[in-house]
Design a protein around this ligand. Structure first.
Ligand code: ZN
Ligand code: ZN
Length: 583
């Protein structure tokens, strides 16, 4: 019985309007989603030259009978019943009748398929049916698309570089593997395995396949819920961060969805734990009643609107805070083994695309036990124990007036004294700003500041921000002010500069002023000015004092700019460094 129906004309046209086969990634997406729809538990994608020469997708799905095998390439054919209102509830996105015909018109397609009985072979070349014969093959479908765009040279030129093609395909495959953890996926390019998942429904294992061992071992499990949402997944330790947002992947009810506000929330949750312009690796699945989300499906991307987005963002912020605020976050300076233990990393941070050739089976066998233990550890319920986050640290000495060397029974630590002092002062100023006690210092020599006419207007409108902080300011001639008192937390010796900076910040924050953000950047700036510079010798007592103060901080591990305040060398790593451990 034929399973493919011709799709409702109106809907088909609607979809076709935005649908063109432009990139190899679209072709891969098309074929892989067909395989998923066919109920496959194993899908293998093999590329030659990033797919520009050949794309082959093999699955173990239900296959097609000989009638469907040809109909599949007719325009507007789809095996799915699509109801526009119900697009999100169906398990698949079906825009595909159109796309398969488009692919066949610009390439050579060989289809081998079987429902378990007699199989079928179909060959279509540049849109023309060349072959349609019975063929002996196992249940499932194998489709090979070669010389994509060969008969349309203009388009071929427009195809992006191989790097971009491959990066797009890898990105797509990663996301589809995360949304279908129960399917075994393999992605191969020119014989190199780029992704291999085991279909065990374990998301952490998929994360391991995508990001490799070194990232996976620094992932933290997350879980939390409110009345409307359940959020769970994994997020990286703050020390793991990337130059782009590609590592932040959100799923809604198991489907990868892009929502800018959620991505920003995830990144902001790490504020001051890492540089703001670097991004964590976070995979979150959000479970929600489909009725309270508004899905706008476009053939190329999926946009989603949540009702109660503020509550959802608060939930995400809280669960990330809960997990990072209970951890000791001292980056370990790891001494690498000569041979990396697991080298399945696919580093695709522009501009370098390092595709490591690896022998997965060998690595898998050797490391399986180790990886399994890791998965168990990460998935252990989060312990919210109150304990000293900073271990005992005994200062030994100072290097270049900049780094304090410390020791304890675990190993050796280096503290960046400027970064540490900056963190201490930052929290002090933030605290003073949040709880003003109006301890002010009168200036012996008041500071006059001249502004432009429009700056002056902005400042006058926002004068309360300054007076609330404890500044005493009077007008002083045309477009000028005179500052007579300032709050005591201003850095001593730098008052003049600091006052100008504060006024400047108020003037520049005119648009979309957020008091919290203003306080934060002001505190970071003041902290930097107040803190000991590098190349300053301090005594051992001063070092001990600094460590004590650091211990009192909410986050003792990073300066306000997200750089580490200290790093660790374990005894084991030190031994490895000097080849003392068992090799
Ligand atoms: Zn600084
Ligand atoms: Zn800093």
């Amino acid at each position: 019985m034929a399973k493919i129906h011709v799709m409702d004309e109106i809907l088909a046209n609607k979809i076709a309007a935005g649908e063109v086969v432009e990139k190899c990634a679209s072709v891969v997406k098309e074929l892989v989603e067909n395989s998923i729809d066919a109920g496959s538990t194993e899908i293998k994608v093999e590329l030659k030259e990033a797919g520009t020469k050949e794309i082959k997708v093999v699955d173990n799905g239900i296959g097609m009978d000989k009638e469907d095998a040809v109909t599949a390439f007719a325009r507007h054919a789809t095996s799915k019943i699509i109801d526009e209102d119900d697009l999100f509830n169906i398990t698949t996105l079906g825009f595909r009748g159109e796309a398969l015909a488009s692919i066949a018109s610009v390439s050579k397609v060989v289809l081998l398929t079987s429902t378990g009985n007699v199989g079928t072979k179909v060959v279509i070349n540049g849109g023309k049916l060349e072959e349609n014969v019975p063929f002996e093959t196992i249940k499932g479908t194998s489709i090979t698309v070669s010389d994509l765009f060969y008969n349309t040279p203009a388009r071929l030129k427009h195809m992006k570089s191989l790097y971009t093609e491959l990066a797009n395909i890898v990105d797509y495959m990663n996301k589809i593997a995360l949304s279908h953890t129960d399917i075994r996926f393999t992605l191969i390019n020119n014989g190199n395995v780029l992704l291999k998942t085991d279909g065990s429904s374990n998301m952490l294992k998929v994360i391991h396949s995508i990001f490799g061992y070194d990232v996976t071992k620094k992932m933290l499990a997350l879980k939390g819920e409110n009345d409307d949402y359940i959020v769970e997944g994994y997020t990286s330790l703050p020390e793991v961060h990337r130059s782009n947002k590609n590592g932040i992947i959100t799923l809604v009810n198991g489907r990868v969805v892009h929502n800018t506000q959620i991505i920003r929330t995830i990144n902001d949750s790490y504020h001051s734990y890492k540089p703001d312009n670097r991004y964590p690796i976070t995979i979150l699945n959000i479970t929600v009643d489909p009725h309270i989300i508004d899905v706008n499906i476009h053939p190329t991307k999926m946009d989603i609107k949540f009702s109660k987005i503020e509550e959802l963002c608060l939930l995400i912020t809280n669960i990330i805070h809960d997990v990072i605020s209970t951890k000791t976050l001292i980056p370990e300076i790891e001494v690498k083994d000569e041979e990396p233990l697991v080298n399945s990393d696919i580093v695709y941070e522009k501009p370098k695309y390092v595709e490591q050739t690896l022998d997965l089976s060998r690595v898998e066998e050797k490391e399986e036990a180790k990886v399994e233990t890791l998965f168990k550890e990460i998935d252990e319920p989060i312990k919210l124990e109150i304990r000293e986050r900073l271990p005992e640290l005994y200062p030994i000495g100072l290097v270049h007036g900049t780094y304090i060397i410390c020791e304890n029974e675990i190993g050796m630590y280096l503290i960046d004294q400027h970064a540490a002092k900056e963190r201490i002062n930052y929290e002090k100023v933030l605290n003073a700003l949040a709880n003003p006690v109006h301890e002010v210092t009168s200036l012996l020599f008041p500071v006059t500041i001249e502004l432009s006419n429009n700056e002056y207007i902005v400042l006058k409108q926002n004068m309360n921000i300054l007076t609330d902080m404890g500044f005493k300011i009077e007008e002083f001639g045309i477009n000028s002010i005179i500052v007579k008192e300032h709050p005591t937390w201003l850095p001593v010796g730098n008052e003049d500069l600091a006052i100008r900076k504060v006024v400047e910040m108020v003037v520049n924050l005119e648009h979309n002023f957020k008091l919290e953000r203003f306080r934060d950047s002001l505190a970071a700036l003041m902290a930097c000015k107040m803190s000991i510079k590098a190349n300053t010798m301090i005594t051992k007592e001063e070092m001990e004092h600094l460590i004590d103060d650091l211990r009192q901080c909410n986050n003792p591990f990073n300066c306000p700019h997200g750089r580490p305040t200290l790093v660790k060398f374990t005894n084991y790593d030190l031994e490895k460094l000097f080849k003392r451990s068992g090799f």
